[in-house]
Design a protein. Structure first.
Length: 382
C-alpha cells in the first residue's frame, strides 16, 4: 500500500508543523492591519534579540539566494577587495555572484568534505586589506561546517573587514551569535532550520554593516537595498514592497516555538540529532562526506556503500514515504543528502531511519533490520 504521507527530509524545505501550516492558511490581512503590524514588529524584535545584533534585521519575500544578493550588495561596491571561502556548491554560488558584481575577489576553496585551513586564511588576510570575508556556515552540498567563531576571532584584528556568514543551512540549528562571533552580516531563508515554508529571505546586519551601507551612497540594486527597507523594519506600518503576510505569521509561530524550546536547547538538540543520525548511517554502511571534526548538525551527506545505486535507493525510499535529496556536483549519483534540522521530532527521525533500512533491503543490500534504529536510539537517549 502507499504510505499515508511523504515526509520531506531534504535539506530544505524541511517538515512544516501543523501550527505553522495553520498560519499559512489564515485569511490574509492587509499589511496595514494593526494586528499584523504588531506581529511583524515582534518578529523583527525577536530575530534581533535572539541573534544578538546591535543593528537591524531585514525580512523580505525571497529565497536564500536573494539573501545572498542582499547581503553583498549593501556592503561592497564594484572593485572592492573581498575574500570568499568556499566549502562546496553554495560557496561556489557566492563566488559566481561576487564575480557578476565585479568585486575584486580572491577565493579559497577546500576539497569537498574539508574546510579551508585557518592558516591559509590568515596568510591572505595579512597580505591584503579586504572589505569583507564571506563564508557559508554549513555548505549544504558537503555537510561541512565552517569554524565561524574562530574566523570571527581572526577578523577582530581587521576593523574594516566585514564578516559575512551564509546561514541558510544553519540559522536556528547551529550556534550563531552576531556580537560575540563578530558577524556583521548573517543571512538565511525560511525553509531550512526555521521549518517555515519557502519564501522569506532573512538578513541581519550589524551597526558596522549599516554604516558601510550608508558610506556607499546610492547603490544600483533596488529591491534589496537596506536603505529602502530600514524604515519598514523599524515601523512595519510603512510601505516599500508588500510583505508576505502569511509567511511572516508563519515565521512568528516558528519563533514562538524557538523561544519556548530555548535557542540554546535547540542548538543542543540539533547537535545530538546530528551525531545520532550520523552514527546510525555509518552503522548501516554509509560513509559521511564531511570530515568528522567539521561535520554539520543540520544535515548528513551520506555516500553509498558499493552495490547501492542512487536512483534505485531513493526510489525505494520514496515508496517508503521518505523524500531525500541527491548529491550535487561530482557527488551526483554517489550519495544522498538527509536534512534533519528545524522542527523534525524524534519520532520522525526514527521512522526515517527505519525507512532507510527497508529501502536498503529492497535494493538488495544486506543489512540487519533495526540496527540503525538501535544505534540512533542509543546515541539519542545517552
Ligand atoms: C539552500 C541554500 C542556499 C540557497 O537558498 P535558496 O532558498 O535555495 O535560494 C544558499 N546557501 C546555502 C548554504 C543553502 O543551504
Amino acid at each position: 500500500m502507499e504510505m499515508n504521507r511523504k515526509l520531506v527530509m531534504i535539506p530544505g524545505p524541511t517538515p512544516v508543523v501543523r501550527s505553522i501550516q495553520s498560519e499559512m492558511g489564515r485569511e490574509t490581512a492587509s499589511f496595514k492591519d494593526p494586528d499584523f503590524v504588531k506581529d511583524f514588529k515582534q518578529v523583527n524584535t525577536d530575530l534581533k534579540t535572539l541573534w544578538q545584533t546591535d543593528g537591524e534585521v531585514f525580512v523580505v519575500a525571497g529565497s536564500g539566494t536573494l539573501s545572498m544578493e542582499m547581503a553583498v550588495s549593501n556592503i561592497l561596491k564594484e572593485g572592492d577587495p573581498v575574500l570568499v571561502l568556499s566549502h562546496g556548491f553554495f560557496g561556489d554560488r557566492m563566488i559566481e555572484l561576487c564575480s557578476r558584481k565585479g568585486f575584486a575577489m580572491d577565493t579559497l576553496s577546500s576539497k569537498w568534505g574539508e574546510i579551508v585551513p585557518l592558516k591559509e586564511i590568515e596568510a591572505k588576510l595579512s597580505s591584503k586589506h579586504y572589505k569583507a570575508v564571506i563564508v557559508s556556515h554549513v555548505d549544504t552540498s558537503t555537510g561541512v561546517k565552517a569554524p565561524v567563531a574562530e574566523l570571527g576571532k581572526l577578523l577582530e584584528a581587521y576593523e574594516d573587514t566585514l564578516f559575512v556568514v551564509d546561514g541558510v543551512c544553519s540559522s536556528s540549528g547551529e550556534p550563531e551569535y552576531m556580537d560575540t562571533m563578530g558577524i556583521d552580516v548573517l543571512f538565511t531563508a525560511s525553509q531550512k532550520a526555521f521549518g517555515v515554508p519557502p519564501g522569506l529571505s532573512i538578513v541581519w546586519a550589524s551597526s558596522k554593516a549599516l554604516q558601510r551601507r550608508k558610506s556607499l551612497g546610492e547603490i544600483r540594486e533596488y529591491y534589496v537595498d537596506f536603505e529602502k527597507w530600514l524604515p519598514i523594519m523599524q515601523d512595519p506600518s510603512k510601505y516599500f514592497g508588500t510583505p508576505p503576510v502569511n509567511l511572516i505569521w508563519a515565521l512568528k509561530e516558528s519563533l514562538r516555538m524557538i523561544k519556548a524550546e530555548g535557542l540554546e536547547a535547540r542548538y543542543e538538540r540539533h547537535k545530538k540529532v546530528g551525531q545520532s543520525i550520523q552514527a546510525a548511517l555509518e552503522s548501516l554502511g554509509f560513509t559521511l562526506l564531511a570530515n568528522e571534526n567539521v561535520r554539520a548538525s543540520t544535515l548528513s551527506n551520506a555516500l553509498y556503500p558499493s552495490g547501492v545505486e542512487d536512483e534505485a535507493f531513493r526510489g525505494a525510499l520514496g515508496k517508503e514515504g521518505i523524500v531525500v535529496a541527491g548529491g550535487l556536483g561530482d557527488y551526483a549519483g554517489k550519495m544522498f543528502r538527509l536534512g534533519h534540522m528545524g522542527n523534525v521530532d524524534v519520532n520522525e527521525l526514527v521512522y526515517t531511519i527505519s525507512a532507510i533500512e527497508r529501502a536498503l533491503v529492497k535494493v538488495g543490500y544486506e543489512v540487519e533490520l533495526g540496527k540503525g534504529v538501535g544505534v540512533f536510539l542509543e546515541a539519542f537517549q545517552a
